[in-house]
Write a protein that binds this ligand. Structure first.
Ligand SMILES: [Zn+2]
Length: 574
């Protein structure tokens, strides 16, 4: 009986769906499928000369990645649009297809914009929309993978075809989706970026929260502009449109009462990546416990607020971005690691629900609920200042041996100008010997991620060969170059394991043979014996290990390989 009822309900909903416009699905707690979304944009492309649907490369699931562009004067050439001082804004949807709010919102927003496209207020902002980015995940639909989320009834899955989270892939670029995204990003070179999501976490009254590019991490002219002018105005505009918004609820302890801390989006994340190219990024996060129609409407309201702001302030935004680009060419020091300043005494007014703790019927331990009948509005701590942890002096150029082709391909994809060494040559360079570092014990997004990397600088004469690559650090991509090539960068290629080959010792010794050699070495240089005694004193595992004690001497001998732990991206300092 239950099954029959279920089937009838399913058929009923199916029929409702057929008779509905795709832009009305959200009102009925539904989100369209990928093919319906693309059909919709194709129709807009046919209907409006100011709109064009492009494909740009492919995705892991073999479907093309689409880009829908709205340009008031029907010009779809990004170079000429930049010359004409148009502001280019890229919107990315469905990076997490289980959070489809932006997919529906963008369809409606695009139609709204196009219906008024001949008005002057729509002239100077070009809007580029990726309808669904993680197509792989969007095709893998189901009812339930986001257990805490209020609808829609069916939606896609977070992981892509490789089960990777695309919102961690912007540097390592393991997927075709990311490769295609980067081509779009580098071609259109957007001034603004928006990535649409749904949040997990605490319960509170706001329908939508916002992560903006971390202000201290953004190049100063832009960071100052964003935090002092743009963000306050965006929050005010949202409130005046009856959609009060708050920074992303990243709580210091369990609940918002404890305070909020800023989200540090390193370059693996969408807005962390765009920040490397001086593109201000926003991540809209609607609240998972709000009904789907409410969330989609809140996302549309934010899109419209941002559009209006961009249209009113296009000249100033472009000016600040130009200043940021010049700034990157002139500065000599680049931070590559950041840490939250926990001493900050800032606060923010927050509307919340009172947290209540009671005994769990399941575990018998303490459980949390939020009492919606007991709301509060009060100031809570807000820590949103980040301090540089590691600062790098920029070299004149980096030299990368050609064997590291996976890194070189990614640099090229990101518009980095690369020169090729034309003859075998020896060059004196600065290089790093990798010291201590930590590695995750389980794979993270397909890699064993390294962190807390210590390095020691050395000057060496290194043999390079015809075909090796040189990258001058005088480019618009300076930040991308430094943050990906410096091994201490949080999301550097080193961190993602692209250079793991150098971390393994290739040659060892037979102790019964090396014993005599070691004895001779000590006779010639008695200090060696002291160093061994020191090593045994500081490392108890050596005490009863004959082989590893000899290894201490072996490592200081001329027989030990010189390339061990030498990071193979060299710094040219003059
Ligand atoms: Zn998300």
């Amino acid at each position: 009986m239950f099954m029959i009822r279920f089937l009838l309900l399913f058929m009923f909903l199916g029929n409702v769906c057929l008779s509905q416009k795709t832009t009305e699905y959200y009102l009925h707690n539904r989100t369209p499928q990928w093919h319906e979304v693309i059909e919709y944009y194709k129709k807009l492309d046919m209907q409006f000369p100011q709109a064009k649907l492009f494909t740009e490369g492919t995705t892991d699931v073999g479907k093309p990645l689409h880009l829908f562009v709205i340009s008031a004067d029907g010009n779809f050439n990004p170079v000429s649009l930049h010359q004409k001082r148009r502001l280019i804004w890229l919107i990315n949807n469905g990076i997490h297809p289980g959070e489809p709010d932006g997919i529906d919102a963008s369809m409606i927003f695009a139609k709204n914009v196009l219906s008024k496209i001949n008005s002057v207020a729509y002239k100077n902002v070009v809007i580029c929309i990726i309808p669904i980015y993680n197509i792989d995940g969007a095709l893998n639909r189901g009812c339930c993978s986001r257990v805490n989320q209020e609808g829609p009834l069916e939606y896609g899955f977070r992981g892509n075809y490789q089960n990777l989270d695309l919102n961690r892939d912007f540097v390592k670029c393991d997927t075709k989706n990311t490769e295609s995204f980067i081509r779009i990003f580098q071609k259109w070179n957007p001034d603004l970026f928006l990535d649409t999501h749904v949040s997990n976490g605490a319960d509170y009254p706001y329908n939508i929260t916002l992560i903006a590019t971390q202000k201290d991490k953004l190049t100063p002219p832009l960071g100052k502009y964003l935090s002092e002018k743009m963000l306050p105005e965006l929050y005010r505009n949202m409130e005046s449109n009856s959609e009060k918004m708050i920074p992303y609820v990243n709580t210091i302890k369990d609940t918002p009462d404890s305070g909020l801390e800023g989200f540090l989006e390193t370059p693996r994340y969408a807005s962390g990546y765009t920040a490397l190219f001086n593109t201000i990024g926003f991540i809209s996060e609607t609240h998972m416990l709000k009904p789907y129609p409410v969330r989609v409407k809140a996302t549309i309201t934010f899109m419209e607020s941002l559009r209006q702001y961009a249209a009113r302030n296009a000249v100033e935004i472009l000016q600040k971005r130009a200043e940021a680009n010049s700034y990157l060419k002139t500065i000599h020091e680049f931070p590559v690691q950041w840490q939250l300043d926990t001493t900050s005494k800032d606060s923010i007014r927050f509307d919340g629900y009172t947290a209540v703790y009671s005994k769990s019927k399941i575990t018998g331990l303490q459980r949390l609920t939020y009492d919606r009948s007991n709301p509060y509005s009060k100031f809570i701590p807000y820590q949103n200042n980040f301090k540089p942890q590691v600062i790098i002096k920029r070299p004149v150029a980096y030299i990368i041996p050609q064997c590291w082709s996976r890194v070189i391909e990614r640099l090229k994809l990101n518009g980095v100008k690369i020169q090729t060494i034309t003859a075998d040559t020896i060059i004196e360079v600065e290089c790093y010997k990798i010291g201590q570092y930590k590695t995750t014990s389980k794979p993270y997004e397909g890699h064993y991620l390294h962190s807390n990397v210590a390095v020691e600088k050395q000057i060496r004469k290194v043999q390079f060969y015809k075909g090796d690559k040189m990258i001058e650090v005088n480019q618009p991509a300076n930040r991308y170059i430094i943050e990906t090539l410096e091994p201490q960068g949080t999301d550097a290629f080193f961190a993602w394991g692209f250079f793991d080959g150098i971390l393994q010792q290739k040659e060892w010794f037979s102790d019964y043979v090396f014993e005599d050699i070691a004895e001779k070495l000590i006779q010639e240089n008695p200090v060696l014996l002291d160093s061994l005694k020191d090593a045994v004193k500081s490392d108890s595992t050596l005490q009863n290990n004959h082989y590893m004690q000899l290894n201490v001497l072996y490592r200081q001998s001329p027989y030990f390989e010189k390339s061990y732990m030498i990071y193979p991206v060299y710094r040219l300092i003059q």
